[in-house]
Design a protein around this ligand. Structure first.
Ligand code: ATP
Ligand code: MG
Length: 560
């Protein structure tokens, strides 16, 4: 997969609707979508589904897609999130047509609300939040009208203006739409459209407003003001659609966009709601929003995922109206396939064991040439120094080998990848009996050639000790031990399923010297180990590498 965007968004039911609309000549043949995040957290892989859908549809129909911050809840929002969201959308490979904030429309929204009052379709209510809930009724029983339902238009206009002017305290008054307290759809039982939030500083509008519009009212009007044609949202808004349409039917707005719902992305072994992700960050279960174990875009990026792999993932899962949970293996397979094709190959020894080649001349160094990728010559070659002192991985030597062990054993031979065949002659142990060094011999006739008269099956990786870079390596695994950590069994919640081994840090790993040029977030293959990338917070003095993904799906084996 290259970085060019593949214009192969698979078809889905939303595209069928748009095709029909276009065939019927709706919206003057235009397609305008929007991605409307609330800046109260970082984007996660679920948002990526919505981004790829909205921007992908705009691309496919030569339409446009806006980025709109749905910023009507200032107490939870922050400019840090606004900046991170913009950055993530661009990193995923998309450019918005217009950038908006719902707060840009606060004056218009206010004026439209006044218009509703003048039509006798909205009123100011002084009931408390709890009383409003009591009056609302239940799924089985209709609600009843508030005692303030029939206030005069003049009184409502006056009260609403005073709400705006900051004369009332938070929670003392709200503006409600006057629809139908007996509606079978609870969303239509006189929903709140404005509430008072005094003394809260808004990241865009400062201290200008004391009243803030609610999501359902803001969203449809903002869509209409931007001439959105298809407003795509997740299934939980299906029951809100009549309200979306009701507002637009009452108001003199430029157009009436069509709301279409699709299912949310759920992923195994993680949680996806921003509230829970915020808790993981605030309770320090992870190292920030961009912790490589987080399902956030920033986390996946720090972990070495590519934009193309995430776009490919959203293509593979498709868009439907059926809720389901996607296996983590699908996401991992997308990045593995991408990196297998594109990542440079390097050697790194994660659990070093010293090897001294007793018959190799002291002080001699050979620069061996190795391909950057076994199948792609165009990715070039590199040189790797070879010397008398090397490191191999502890797992590649066994004093008492298990059956079928093809790596190094005492008096056995193995090939060092891209170089010579070596033979272990002697094991050196420390006082506690731990193996600290192997004395080996090398066969000078075996550089790039099979030895004569015998077969050497095993090939292992290595680095030259005096040339290697010392580094820390973080092995990341799934954040939770349960496929569905959200399922509350026996009073447990997702905190109870945090995986204590989701991060294992290895120190004193040795990397081939070419990894000195590694770029943060750009994964390479550590041969025989997996895909890894330099951590973006890695200090120059001691590089830290993060494991992006293993070479094979190790979980598939465990769960079968
Ligand atoms: P959360 O429930 O995690 O807080 P949200 O829906 O409140 O998410 P928003 O910032 O409002 O988050 O979401 C912006 C857009 O992304 C919305 O259109 C929303 O429907 C979509 N979206 C959010 N989560 C998912 C998901 N898991 N799968 C698909 N789309 C999603
Ligand atoms: Mg939301």
């Amino acid at each position: 997969m290259n970085q060019k965007k593949e214009n192969t968004t698979p078809s889905n039911f939303i595209r069928h609707i748009i095709d029909k609309d276009l065939a019927a000549g709706k919206n003057e043949g235009k397609v305008v979508t929007r991605f409307p995040p609330e800046p109260n957290g970082y984007l996660h892989i679920g948002h990526a589904k919505s981004i790829c859908l909205n921007f992908g549809i705009a691309d496919a129909y030569k339409g446009t897609c806006n980025l709109r911050f749905d910023d009507t809840n200032p107490s939870k929002e922050d400019i840090e999130f606004v900046d991170a969201i913009k950055d993530d959308v661009q990193w995923l490979g998309y450019n918005w047509n217009e950038l908006h904030y719902a707060s840009d429309y606060f004056q218009k929204l206010y004026d439209y609300a006044v218009d509703l009052i003048k039509q006798d379709k909205a009123y100011v209510d002084d009931l408390s939040a709890e009383e409003i809930r009591e009056y609302r009724g239940t799924l089985k029983e209709p609600g009843k009208n508030s005692p303030h339902h029939d206030r005069s238009i003049e009184e409502n206009l006056d009260l609403f203006e005073r709400m705006r002017n900051g004369e009332f305290e938070d929670g003392s008054h709200v503006l409600r739409a006057k629809i139908d307290m007996a509606s079978p759809n609870i969303n239509l039982r006189d929903p709140t459209i404005y509430r008072i939030r005094k003394g809260v500083h808004h990241h865009q509008t400062g201290d200008e407003w004391s009243v803030y519009p609610m999501y359902d009212y803001t969203h449809c009007v903002s869509d209409a003001l931007e001439n959105i044609t298809h407003s795509l949202c997740t299934l939980e808004f299906e029951d809100h659609r009549p309200l979306y349409d009701w507002f637009l039917d009452q108001l003199d707005v430029p157009c009436h966009p069509q709301q279409i719902e699709f299912s949310r992305l759920n992923l195994e072994y993680t949680v996806m709601s921003k509230r829970k992700l915020t808790e993981l960050v605030n309770q320090k279960h992870v190292d920030g929003w961009d912790d490589p174990r987080m399902p956030s875009i920033a986390g996946l990026r720090r972990r070495g995922f590519t934009p193309a792999s995430i776009r490919e993932f959203t293509n593979r899962i498709g868009v439907t109206k059926v809720d389901n949970v996607i296996e983590m293996g699908v996401l991992e397979d997308c990045i593995r396939t991408d990196l297998n094709e594109n990542a440079l190959r390097r050697m790194a020894v994660l659990r070093p064991l010293k090897v001294t080649l007793t018959n190799y001349p002291e002080g001699q160094v050979e620069e061996l040439s190795a391909a950057n990728h076994p199948q792609k010559e165009e990715l070039g070659r590199r040189t790797i120094p070879f010397s008398r002192e090397l490191y191999i991985d502890q797992n590649d030597f066994a004093e008492i080998p298990p059956p079928k062990f093809k790596r190094l054993i005492l008096e056995g031979e193995v090939r060092l990848r891209g170089s010579y065949v070596i033979k272990c002659e002697e094991i050196i142990k420390d006082a506690s009996g731990e193996i600290i060094e192997l004395k080996c011999s090398y066969d000078p006739a075996t550089l790039g050639k099979n030895p004569e008269g015998r077969k050497v099956k095993g090939v292992i990786h290595w680095v030259s000790a005096p040339h290697a870079i010392e580094a820390k390596v973080r092995l990341y695994d799934r954040l939770f031990t349960e496929p569905n950590p959200d399922s509350s069994k026996d009073g447990q919640d997702y905190h109870d399923f945090l995986n204590p081994e989701s991060l294992v840090e290895l120190e004193k790993c040795y990397l081939e010297k070419n990894l000195a040029d590694a770029e943060p977030g750009v994964a390479v293959q550590f041969e025989r180990e997996g895909y890894f990338c330099l951590d973006k917070y890695s200090p120059k003095s001691e590089p830290i590498f993060n494991r992006t993904v293993t070479l094979r799906d190790t979980w598939a084996k465990l769960t079968k």
